[in-house]
Design a protein around this ligand. Structure first.
Ligand code: ADP
Ligand code: MG
Length: 474
């Protein structure tokens, strides 16, 4: 995709002045992060990194990503209700990956005990890149779906005003008007509110499982504020607090500090380092309760990379979404090449292909949060080491998406304003609520565009690699 900001990117002095204005507007709009030095305090904050200009995205791909979101919601929900599929899909992974195994243990335990939860809430974000096809046209390819702690819906609601400001300063008012309004936090809160309502206890609250050090607090507050406007109160507690002060009554109702909890919203608990023995106990307690977990343990497992890879196998979508050939076709159109590394011929062949053409593949472990994937020479070394060992089953191999780079400026506190070659990743937020077997809500609620310099293979905004952006539809 060529950039329409071409001539503007030439004038260094103008860029610096524009950047100053953009940063001030971002601060005024609340596009904020706590600092790395003081991640537990809002005494000192800074702007969250963002692009100076919105990045061009073909409208057709934006529309396609929005159109397939309800299908992804249905798919995740179907996987989470299919113990046989989860068990079979993850059987080799849990032998080799301790984190997935521990999540799976909790899953098995609640299944055996009987699932007390009757209302289910999914807040997810499906991420895509724009694969540059042989004929030069871009195609929408899914990177992954996040079923736990999908973030930046709050800050993404505040960035359109910043890019509109930049374009207005340049007297590009027509262009400014083309920037899409976006309010994922409102939609996410709508899902939480629906789940809260269906839980059906007027005095119950929402419990956000928070990290001790949380730089992205303003993103979370945006959702909290939307809930409070509906008169729904949210309390923030850590896993440690749950293990000390959380309890279940004889009906499996969850109480925190004596307060009944209707919905548990996880913004923690997606990485191994976030779990001590005490925290695993707290997670189990939460899962055993009848509170609406967002996500419940099954839905977290449905978001693993291993599940993503198995979903791309012939016939699997048809099995999970019977009688819905159109949804299946829409979903499949977004799948990149995904390959199992389980022991056996299929895995052997995938490894041979990746070693023969390393630049065309990415090696992924069952991890979230960015910075875990292996590319290029690192991937080759890992594959050489892993290839004769069962441990390889804890990874999957994925086709590497190669978008066409474009120019933009990435604005970060303390960094000079520079034009760099970039690529973008588009995320669409999805919300669904199910009561028993009945789906009562299934929506897309907004988008997130993140842009990074091409020299970084991996990593999101939280990892300090990507920055917030807005799609400029063309
Ligand atoms: P995580 O759960 O850690 O976010 P992702 O699968 O989203 O894992 O990968 C992290 C980052 O790595 C993505 O944001 C993207 O920049 C890059 N990436 C992941 N998969 C691919 C791929 N198939 N092709 C190109 N880049 C990829
Ligand atoms: Mg990701």
């Amino acid at each position: 995709m060529a950039t329409s900001w071409g001539s503007l990117l030439q004038d260094e002095q103008q860029l610096e002045e524009l950047a100053r204005q953009a940063v001030d507007r971002a601060l005024a709009e609340g596009v904020l992060l706590r600092t790395t030095q003081e991640p537990s305090s809002s005494d000192v904050v800074n702007y969250a990194p963002f692009t100076l200009f919105p990045s061009l995205v073909p409208s057709a791909l934006l529309e396609q990503a929005y159109a397939v979101q309800m299908d992804f919601n249905l798919l995740v929900d179907a996987v989470s209700q299919n113990p046989a599929f989860l068990e079979q899909t993850l059987s080799s992974t849990i032998k080799m990956d301790n984190f997935t195994a521990r999540l799976f243990d909790i899953y098995k335990q609640v299944l055996e005990e009987g699932i007390a939860q009757t209302v289910f809430l999914g807040l997810n974000r499906s991420d895509y890149m724009f694969q540059c096809s042989a004929d030069g046209s871009p195609a929408l390819k899914q990177i992954e779906i996040n079923t736990i702690s999908a973030s930046f819906g709050g800050l993404a609601s505040r960035t359109p005003a910043v890019h509109q400001h930049v374009l207005n300063v340049l007297s590009k008012t027509k262009e400014a008007a083309k920037i899409l309004s976006n309010n994922p936090s409102k939609g996410l809160a709508l899902g939480i509110a629906k789940a809260w309502e269906l839980y059906g206890s007027a005095n119950a609250q929402v419990l956000l499982i928070a990290q001790e050090k949380e730089r992205n607090i303003f993103d979370q507050r945006a959702i909290e504020n939307e809930l409070l406007a509906k008169n729904i109160h949210l309390i923030r507690r850590r896993f440690e607090d749950v293990s000390e002060k959380g309890s279940l009554d004889q009906d499996q109702r969850l109480f925190m500090d004596g307060q009944e909890i209707a919905v548990v919203y996880f913004r923690d608990g997606y990485m191994p380092s976030q779990y001590s023995t005490q925290n695993w106990k707290a997670r189990l307690l939460l899962e055993r309760s009848c509170a609406v977990k967002c996500p419940d343990i099954a839905t977290q497992l449905a978001g693993t990379k291993k599940v993503q890879q198995e979903l791309s196998r012939a016939g699997v979508l048809e099995m999970l979404l019977p009688g819905q050939p159109e949804a299946v076709a829409r979903l499949r159109a977004t799948f990149a090449g995904l390959y199992s590394l389980d022991m056996g011929e299929e895995g052997d062949q995938a490894i041979t292909e990746a070693l023969a053409a390393p630049s065309r593949f990415v090696l992924k472990p069952q991890r979230e949060g960015g910075g875990n994937n292996l590319y290029g020479e690192e991937m080759v070394q890992a594959l050489e080491q892993l290839k004769d060992h069962e441990e390889r089953a804890s990874y999957i191999l994925m086709e590497k998406i190669e978008p066409e780079p474009f120019e933009n400026c990435l604005l970060r506190p303390g960094s000079p304003v520079r034009v760099v070659q970039c690529i973008s990743e588009l995320g669409i937020f999805g919300v669904y609520v199910r009561q028993g077997k009945t789906l009562v809500m299934n929506k897309h609620v907004g988008h997130l565009l993140r842009t990074k310099a091409i020299e970084h293979a991996d990593g999101g905004v939280a990892a300090g690699v990507a920055v917030l952006d807005n799609p400029y539809p063309v």
